[in-house]
Design a binder for this molecule. Structure first.
Ligand code: ATP
Ligand code: MG
Length: 339
């Protein structure tokens, strides 16, 4: 679609109008200090050179074990944490170094839904004010207008208009997450980063909240970056999936390819752990040996080599790059390196 590719001359960025978010070689290192003088002794490489692209209206599922850098990636993309290196291009604009009023203006377009809906909502604030706070920060709407908008939002996320006057502790976990979702929607954003939005909820409630997020996506024209450690949760939500391991993106592909024909040995291990609903299909579970190494002292070469069941000697030395091995499926693994 060549006519959709334009050159933003000011920033020299190729803008594909179908793309909402492009993350290029993003890194986030947290410095580690130790000793009496609190000298810097190293870095926790929470996110170490990841790239991804989100098309408008799609859901990109980001998965991986605890500590692999999913939340850090989400927070760094939304500029809630400063990046160490790399570029974030949102809706055709490089937002990596935006600050002050320019960043504030852009912030309306991207919001986050957090894992723990109780910790992320101020318990002293009435629901109506929790939801209208972002609107108040950005507009001069009258009290009456705000109230009408908030009541509509509350009803849209499955709560009642009367809930406006209640406080977070009066709600169940699922309802609190609905308040968090209403708050995220208040400014009509383009992108929502949902960081494990159902992990803290009862299994019986999880699918209700996931279904709500799906319905809202069409209605509000939303693009989602959906973070989860559980592959079965992202399965129902995602169009494409990225798999992270120890700060690196090891595989990216269409959902079906990731589930049915995973290429990276780590993705193969993760998918083998998903229960098969058909008891006649026998699936071999791949159990990974050992623990995830520390991101402060990651293995050389491919960071997965210490646990990889098919590691080769060169995997200790060469850092594999993400390459397209099949159409719409990229993998960072030397098994697929032809050179
Ligand atoms: N503010 C911080 N300061 C120092 N290290 C941090 C900070 N935040 C995260 N880390 C470290 O960065 C790494 C990645 O953490 P992150 O929370 O992004 O992982 P995650 O994939 O979201 O994990 P989980 O599934 O448990 O939420 C971890 O080793 C973590 O200890
Ligand atoms: Mg996390």
């Amino acid at each position: 679609m060549s006519q959709q590719v334009q050159l933003d001359e000011k920033k020299d960025i190729h803008v594909d109008k179908e793309v909402l978010l492009e993350v290029r070689n993003l890194k986030k290192y947290y410095p580690v200090h130790a000793g009496f003088f609190k000298r810097k002794v190293g870095d926790v490489k929470a996110v170490d050179d990841i790239s991804l692209t989100l098309k408008k209206g799609e859901t990109f599922g980001l998965v991986g074990e605890s500590g692999c850098g999913k939340s850090t990636a989400g927070r760094t993309i939304l500029r809630l944490t400063e990046s160490t290196d790399g570029q974030v291009i949102f809706d055709g604009k490089d937002i990596t170094n935006l600050s002050g009023s320019l960043l504030r203006e852009k912030r309306q377009d991207f919001q986050m839904v957090f894992q723990d809906p109780y910790a992320s909502l101020n318990p002293k604030m009435m629901v109506g004010h929790l939801v209208d706070e972002p609107i108040r920060n950005y507009t001069n709407k009258s009290h009456k207008q705000l109230k009408t908008e908030v009541e509509e939002l509350l009803e849209r996320v499955g709560l009642r208009a009367e809930d406006y006057f209640k406080y977070p502790h009066e709600f169940s976990g699922g309802q609190r997450q609905r308040i968090g979702i209403a708050r995220a929607l208040a400014l009509n954003p383009k992108l929502i980063v949902a960081d494990e939005p159902v992990s803290a909820l009862d299994v019986s409630i999880q699918s209700q909240v996931l279904n709500l997020l799906k319905e809202l996506q069409g209605e509000f024209d939303l693009t989602y970056l959906f973070i989860a450690h559980d592959l079965s949760v992202v399965k129902h939500m995602s169009d494409r999936i990225g798999v992270m391991y120890l700060g690196h993106m090891v595989e990216v592909g269409d959902k079906d390819a990731i589930y049915k024909e995973p290429l990276h040995p780590y993705t193969q291990a993760l998918t083998s752990a998903i229960p098969e609903p058909d008891p006649l299909i026998k699936k071999e579970r791949i159990i990974l040996e050992g623990d995830v190494p520390s991101p402060q002292n990651p293995p050389t070469g491919c960071v997965f080599h210490t646990r990889c069941p098919v590691a080769m000697p060169k995997c200790k030395e060469i850092i594999p790059q993400l390459k397209e091995v099949r159409p719409n499926q990229q993998v960072a693994c030397l098994l697929y390196d032809k050179e």
